[in-house]
Design a protein around this ligand. Structure first.
Ligand code: AMP
Ligand code: TRP
Length: 331
């Protein structure tokens, strides 16, 4: 079985975009791959997190992955901060990467270019690709599913792995980033030319998985569309209705073509009403399980088992690295 690894940051509330673009695909990968999934809480510290919120977002994120069907019997699920080897290897790899390489990372460049005159950028944002490289290389994954914005960091992990292997001898497997082709971008319901994102000012265009069901239905009913009343998939000219068709298709497992056929001659009103029902049912299912999971100690048990397993793998790899680079002095 090929191995797949990914990290998810516990920042903000989980959206329908996250669910369709990241959570659902993970759940479907678990039967095909040996999956390692961790909550990248060390990464979230690159920007200030209100402690109480960070704690809640972290527990919610884990509960929602479990509620959506991630099975801890199949997947190693853990908190990054529970496996100290990530930070330790991150330090060694940070010593093997150049300032030039890190300054070429677009995410860093973007953030740096948006800085106001009297603002400064945290060193964490600059350095974090080294920690991400460690997250990946500790576990020798074949594939790393990420969004487009993280592809460059995965490529850096390959470069650093090659550098290490050629300097000290074969140690790390070269990972491959896996960027989804469809469902990768659910758009804002109020402005369908923009990605649905938790950081938007108003939340009318963004459905949160823990939204009140009636609220989520209202958001679908008031989604911006066009005025020609034809239900056709055409992202360029009809971004609003195309986005709704994508959501409908993914949640109902019906193809876009079959939905177009089903709704031929039907107005947007009926279509939206049916979709609101589909979204409401999906959220209800997840929320029911979420409320069961969030109480009691299930999450803590899952994380403990996950961390024990991850630590076992990470320790072996780190010990190998430390022998090779001369840190370990025992013969
Ligand atoms: P973020 O919320 O930006 O931290 O992203 C977490 C994960 O959710 C990443 O794998 C993203 O690719 C995915 N994701 C976020 N927003 C969307 C969206 N609007 N459509 C599809 N996937 C998304
Ligand atoms: N940096 C990623 C993000 O911002 C999260 C992440 C951390 C990650 N470590 C990782 C993703 C390792 C894949 C592999 O979304």
């Amino acid at each position: 079985m090929k191995r797949m690894l990914s990290g998810i940051k516990p920042t903000g509330r989980v959206t329908l975009g996250n669910y369709i673009g990241a959570i659902k695909p993970f759940v479907s990968y678990q039967d095909e791959y040996e999956m390692i999934v961790f909550v990248a809480n060390l990464h979230s510290m690159t920007i200030y997190q209100e402690p109480k919120e960070l704690r809640k977002n972290t527990r919610d994120l884990i509960a929602l992955y479990l509620a959506a069907g991630l099975d801890p019997e199949k997947v190693t699920l853990f908190l990054q901060s529970d496996v100290l080897e990530h930070a330790q290897l991150g330090w060694y790899l940070g010593c093997m990467v150049s300032m030039g390489e890190l300054s070429r990372m677009t995410q860093y460049k973007d953030k740096a270019s948006k800085l106001g005159k009297n603002e400064s950028i945290g060193a964490g944002i600059f350095n974090y690709p080294s920690l991400m490289n460690a997250d990946i290389l500790l576990y020798d994954p074949d594939y790393v599913p990420v969004g487009e914005d993280q592809k460059q960091h995965c490529e850096l992990a390959r470069d650093i792995a090659e550098r290490f292997n050629s300097r000290y001898s074969e140690t790390f497997k070269l990972p491959e980033p896996l960027v989804p082709k469809v469902g990768g971008k659910i758009m804002d319901l109020q402005d369908p030319t923009k990605k649905m994102s938790k950081s938007e000012q108003t939340s009318k265009g963004c459905i949160y998985i823990l939204d009140d069901i009636q609220v989520s239905k209202k958001k679908i009913m008031s989604a911006v569309t066009d005025s020609d009343n034809h239900i056709i998939y055409d992202p360029e000219n009809k971004p609003g209705i195309s986005n709704l068709l994508s959501i409908y298709s993914i949640l109902s497992k019906k193809s876009i073509a079959s939905l177009e056929e089903q709704y031929q001659g039907c107005g947007y009103g009926q279509f939206k009403k049916d979709l609101a029902e589909v979204v409401g049912q999906e959220l209800q299912k997840i929320q029911d399980r979420y409320h069961e999971i969030i109480q009691g100690s299930y999450i803590d048990d899952v994380l403990k088992n996950g961390a024990d397993h991850a630590r076992y793998m990470a320790r072996k790899k780190l010990a190998k690295v430390e022998r090779k680079i001369g840190i370990t002095i025992k013969k």
